[in-house]
Design a protein around this ligand. Structure first.
Ligand SMILES: *Cc1c(COP(=O)(O)O)cnc(C)c1O
Length: 398
């Protein structure tokens, strides 16, 4: 990365923290043992994995025995839904999910549908919130699981998961939450929040890529997704990714210790970014909930410009942002999340996501807005839509 790069795409992935790398290094070098080995080389890796399991569990008030390490958020999401509905004794073959879930959930649902499972997609309001009353109305006698993400990766909206989990529990239905964006960013407690299954991933909080976990409440039956050896209490085969797991544990400890100060810093930067953009660039709007949102997320629509063009121009100035989710970039379909909150196709197309980390600075934010003003102005000057708009003197859409 060029030294003057400004990285504002932390919802896609985050840089590995130095302290995390330091914790991982011994397990990439001298301590290469397999934690399942009986001989002495297994000992230190085994203890390190046990310690990491405690660290990731304590951030959500879970017991270490309820944590199953996986290859990341996508595997955890797949595992939770498939186990809940295809396991030996599912309550039925009906699943309820929000319409703004990550593709790890939505594409798992499409697959389940092809196997005869019925799926209900919950609508969201203009701020991206799921209405708990609609969750309750959607529950059927054959509903196996309700899955609603703790916080959205595109627009940052934080869902009322405690209420939703309580409703699922009252009806005897499992509640899963994709907490990949929320874990380490906002306060979560599996007991208080009525969570049965929870997905998290290390690389969204300064940890390494390719490692995550699924939390499974004690007493909830979990069917293996990856069949193999006796790892993870015999239900997730595969030699443990020791450096990854150790890095995840360290990242969780750091995120927990710094959560209050980190979110305060992120919120300050994000609010500065949003207020400068909305006041200095006309025809812009903030997407997502005004207050119930991740501290580091800003998603903004710029009328009369294409998000892809905007993103490329920003990138040429060394500023990394995103249009919707990383998984969707490369396709030209507008984001399913922005459409679900009611944006028209053109507005959804002209949207950028900025996600800050505790390591970003106010200077970087100011430079970003300065470049953005210049770039948006130049693109609009070339936009026939903008020209028509000016000529016709239409009402402002901002
Ligand atoms: C990144 C992300 C995932 C996928 O996690 P991976 O570890 O990259 O597989 C799932 N859900 C959400 C909300 C995410 O942001």
């Amino acid at each position: 990365m060029a030294p003057d790069t400004i990285y504002l795409d932390n919802a896609s992935t985050t840089p590995l923290r130095g302290e995390v790398l330091d914790a991982m290094l011994p397990y990439l070098t001298g301590e290469y043992g397999n934690p399942a080995s009986i001989h002495p080389m297994g000992r230190t890796p085994r203890d390190a994995v046990a310690h990491a399991r405690e660290s990731v569990a304590s951030l959500i008030g879970a017991d270490p025995s309820e944590i199953y390490f996986t290859s990341g958020g996508s595997e955890s999401d797949n595992w939770a839904l498939k186990s809940a509905v295809l396991g030996p004794h599912p309550r039925g073959r009906h699943v309820i999910v929000s319409s703004i879930e990550h593709h790890a959930i939505l594409n798992t649902c499409s697959h389940l549908k092809s196997m005869g499972v019925e799926v209900t997609y919950l609508p969201v309001d203009r701020d991206g919130l799921v209405d708990p009353a609609v969750v309750e109305a959607s529950i059927r006698p054959d509903t196996a699981v309700v899955s609603v993400m703790a916080a959205n990766n595109e627009i940052g909206t934080i869902q009322p998961i405690r209420e939703i989990g309580g409703i699922a529990r009252d009806h005897g239905v499992l509640f899963h939450t994709d907490a990949v964006q929320a874990y380490g960013q906002v306060d979560l407690d599996v007991t208080r929040d009525n969570i049965d299954l929870l997905s998290a991933s290390a690389h969204k909080l300064g940890g390494p890529k390719g490692v995550g976990f699924l939390y499974v409440r004690k007493g909830v039956h979990l069917d293996p997704l990856i069949h193999g050896g006796e790892q993870e209490r015999g239900i997730r085969g595969g030699t443990t990714n020791v450096p990854g797991v150790v890095g995840f544990g360290r990242a969780a400890e750091l995120a927990g210790a710094g959560m209050a100060a980190d979110s305060e810093h992120e919120r300050t930067l994000r609010d500065h970014l949003v207020s400068r953009i909305l006041s200095e660039i006309p025809y812009t709007r903030l997407n997502g909930h005004p207050s119930s949102r991740l501290p580091g997320n800003a998603n903004i629509s710029f009328a009369f410009v294409e998000g892809e063009a905007l993103l490329m121009s920003m990138a040429m100035n060394g500023i990394c942002v995103s249009t919707g989710s990383a998984c969707a970039s490369g396709s030209l379909d507008p984001s399913h999340v922005l459409l679900a909150i009611g944006l028209d196709h053109a507005t959804a197309h002209g949207s950028l996501r900025f996600t800050v980390s505790p390591r970003n600075t106010l200077g970087e934010i100011d430079r970003t807005v300065d470049v953005l003003k210049e770039v948006v102005g130049r693109l609009r000057a070339m936009s026939p839509l903008y020209e028509d708009h000016i000529k016709n003197g239409e009402e402002t859409r901002g």
